[in-house]
Design a protein around this ligand. Structure first.
Ligand code: C5P
Length: 285
């Protein structure tokens, strides 16, 4: 077996509603997820060592093994009976971590896809492995756009969005411990809703929203961190039509007609000292 390399795209959420709390402690959600062309690159190579080895590039993106979802994916496959020898794993991180862009979940799904043949020939179930690793992981195994329900793992494929649209992503620096569970806990049940707004966004695809789709986490995030209000404001001042929150944040995005516009707007937002990325909407494997 030689070195194998795979791209792992980020996602954005085109709206996110919480419908209620489930008996298992998770929340019932509706969201539209859509891949974008901002990708991590992961390579795997069998090593003579007796344990997996991880090389994060840049080194500052290092994630400890116990919370590194690629490490946990390799372990989960082995527990399911898939014989994978110790690997040297190189992860070129481009997707900001814990930012609402699904980077860790996408890395996990890419790891499953690299070993898809081994999973199949050992009779293991790739979808079950994905759902066991995290609510967002199954999405990255499948289509470039989907309506997600349940805890995020029940997926209805949607037409991919207009490929000529670009996206500007602004990710404020914010280290939130156990971000996802903390953000779910920060949502007031009075803000729960029916899912109808997200379903309307889903029905409109391949057309993308012309105003910020409702994301219940925005109110929770801005209540906890009012200093973040300057981020969507800086984006609108820089020329995006709207700034919307992805996932549980803290990344805000704006949709832009073309690459040149997107790069100019990104440059203006960067002058406000915020990390900015530019990508194309709707990345396909
Ligand atoms: O599934 P994942 O590991 O990404 O979820 C992290 C945490 O986020 C869960 O432990 C849970 O507290 C919360 N969560 C939730 N409802 C969801 C997804 C996640 O409450 N639909």
């Amino acid at each position: 077996m030689t070195r194998r390399t795979i791209e792992a795209p980020a996602k954005i959420n085109l709206g996110l509603e919480i419908l209620g709390r489930r008996p298992d402690g998770y929340h019932e959600i509706r969201t539209v997820m859509c891949t974008i062309s901002l990708c991590d690159t992961i390579s795997f190579e069998p090593t003579g060592a007796d344990a997996d080895e991880f090389d994060f590039k840049p080194a500052t993106s290092y994630v400890p093994t116990e919370s590194n979802l690629v490490a946990r994916t390799l372990q989960a496959m082995r527990r399911a009976g898939v014989g994978i020898p110790p690997q040297r794993v190189t992860i070129r991180k481009r997707i900001p971590a814990a930012a609402g862009l699904g980077g860790a979940s996408s890395d996990a799904a890419a790891t499953l896809l690299i070993f898809e043949e081994e999973i199949g020939s050992n009779g293991a179930d790739i979808d079950a492995l994905a759902a066991g690793l995290g609510s967002d992981v199954p999405f990255f195994l499948h289509s470039p756009a989907a309506l997600a329900s349940g805890r995020g793992e029940i997926l209805q494929p949607l037409p991919p969005p207009d490929p000529d649209r670009w996206i500007v992503l602004a990710t404020p620096r914010l280290a939130i411990e156990n971000k996802t569970s903390g953000m779910y806990a920060a949502v007031d049940p009075a803000w729960w809703s029916s899912g109808a707004r997200v379903e309307a966004v889903a029905s409109a695809l391949p057309s993308l929203p012309s105003k910020a789709p409702f994301n219940v986490f925005e109110r929770a995030l801005l209540r906890m961190y009012p200093q973040l209000e300057k981020v969507p404001r800086a984006m609108v001042d820089a020329g995006v039509a709207f700034a919307a929150l992805t996932g549980a944040g803290p990344t805000f995005y704006g949709l832009v007609p073309g690459e040149e516009d997107a790069r100019e707007i990104a440059e203006r937002i960067r002058t406000a000292g915020i990390e900015v990325n530019v990508a194309r909407v709707g990345w396909k494997r």
